[in-house]
Design a protein around this ligand. Structure first.
Ligand code: AMO
Length: 428
């Protein structure tokens, strides 16, 4: 059996009349008209019309939609409205038959609910809207890597199997590791901080794990985090990096993903810079106007952020959070130690990223761990690095899936993950 192709479908055009080509792909649709069969064949790059005359059509008996075929034929003129050319088939090889009924209709004529689509995710990739989301995701990642590399950040890979919690807190998945207890990393926090010692500016794009029983459109048990950490930067510096990265992602995908935007049914709108920067204290004032009386130090609940997000649409930062709401590694403000050098990047009500300036003094870090009820002896390996000349540093973590939802205007992160993991879903 031969399965080579001479062209991707996007390489074919009406100037190639008379040329013999071999293409391969799946049958999106077919219809018989008298002695002729019209097939629409798709590959990852495009769609073509293939005409099969009676003598070649015997091979098509019993053929189903979504089956994979290889077509040897000649480009010719077409009368079809939707195509510039057609391929007159000389030989058709059926490479794999799709068994019917299929669990979902990948052409999308019959809308399938997200659970059915996730259960048949591979087939869902033949839906052009779904495939385009993942092509777009590819370009988002490419643009993040390009932008951060240009800003002299070095891409690193830190362990996902870890011996102690990186963020503190209880939302860790644990597992048995050769007779010991191990955990799945919640974030690369400690490792990325340590790497500023010699690499100064690092970034990581990787899956991290949170054992949160959240059933929302924005929480996953396994999510993709884009993390940076940079020596000699303060929190406002890394906010600038984040702001320009988000802008780059929007500009890059708006320009390079025209086909994808069309298939998804969206138009990427470039946000304007600078993003608004408001403080936690300002947010409390705004909430007061809504009749919500929060004390300094109270966390902002989803309901609060929805109120705030109604006023501040699009991207904005909430900065200068109370220290008590922040993890142990966050630096306090010099002029008011109750406040932290930290921020969240919001998109309306949705938190996209959080970050800040870190403590880089070993003694302070140790006492902060204790203050937060954490045991410094569990952080020995981390703390020792702070005795080796740790530069001041700052960084952030950005939820890739959440960013993607802002880009394409969907409200469920499951749409932008191939095989989402949440409390109710561990398969496929
Ligand atoms: P944080 O815990 O705020 O910060 O996480 C950073 C960002 O990661 C995304 N995120 C999630 N996305 C989907 N599902 C989840 N369960 C989930 N949890 C988090 C969010 C969030 O804003 N170490 C710090 C970052 C830093 O200071 O550098 C951290 O992990 O978009």
């Amino acid at each position: 059996m031969q399965f080579n192709r001479t062209h991707d479908i996007e390489d074919l055009n009406s100037n190639m009349k008379g040329q013999e080509v071999i293409l391969g792909g799946w049958i999106e649709d077919f219809r018989k008209l008298g002695k002729m069969t019209f097939l629409t064949v798709r590959d990852v790059t495009g769609i073509a019309q293939v005409i099969v005359k009676e003598d070649a059509s015997k091979e098509l008996e019993g053929l189903t939609r979504q089956s994979v075929i290889r077509v040897k034929g000649t480009i010719q003129e077409t009368k079809a409205r939707d195509f510039d050319y057609e391929v007159k088939a000389e030989k058709i090889d059926i490479l794999a038959k799709a068994v019917h009924p299929l669990p979902i209709d990948p052409i999308g004529r019959l809308e399938s609910n997200i659970d059915n689509r996730l259960n048949a995710r591979a087939l869902d990739m033949r839906n052009q809207k779904t495939a385009s989301i993942f092509k777009l995701r590819h370009h988002v990642l490419a643009s993040i890597r390009k932008t951060l590399s240009e800003k002299k950040f070095i891409e690193i890979n830190t362990p996902k199997l870890i011996g102690s919690a990186s963020e503190g807190g209880a939302n860790l998945f644990s597992l048995e590791y050769f007779g010991k207890e191990a955990y799945l990393a919640q974030s690369p926090q400690l490792y990325k901080e340590q790497m500023t010692i010699g690499l100064e500016r690092v970034f990581e794009i990787a899956s991290f794990y949170r054992a949160e029983k959240s059933h929302t459109g924005r929480h996953l048990s396994e999510f993709t985090s884009v993390d940076i950490e940079a020596a000699f930067m303060d929190y406002t510096d890394v906010m600038d990096v984040l702001e320009s990265l988000v802008l780059e992602v929007y500009q890059y995908t708006s320009k390079n993903c025209k086909k994808e935007q069309q298939a998804i049914g969206t138009e990427i709108k470039i946000p304007s810079l600078p993003f608004e920067r408001i403080t936690y204290a300002q947010v409390l004032e705004e909430l007061k106007e809504h009749g919500e009386k929060l004390e300094f130090g109270d966390d902002l609940l989803d309901s609060h952020l929805r109120m705030v997000g109604k006023k501040h649409r699009g991207f904005y930062f909430i900065m200068d959070w109370p220290m008590k709401l922040k993890p142990f590694y966050i630096h306090e403000k010099d002029d008011d130690p109750k406040l932290s050098r930290s921020f969240d990047l919001q998109y309306g009500y949705l938190e996209l990223s959080s970050g800040g300036t870190r403590l880089h003094d070993a003694k302070k870090l140790k006492s902060r761990l204790k203050e937060q009820g954490l045991d410094p002896s569990k952080f020995t390996h981390h703390l020792q690095a702070f005795d080796w000349g740790m530069p001041p540093h700052a960084g952030w973590g950005l939820g890739l899936e959440r960013l993607m939802t802002t880009l394409i205007g969907v409200d469920n992160v499951r749409e932008v993950v191939l095989y989402p993991r949440d409390p109710d879903r561990l398969t496929p």
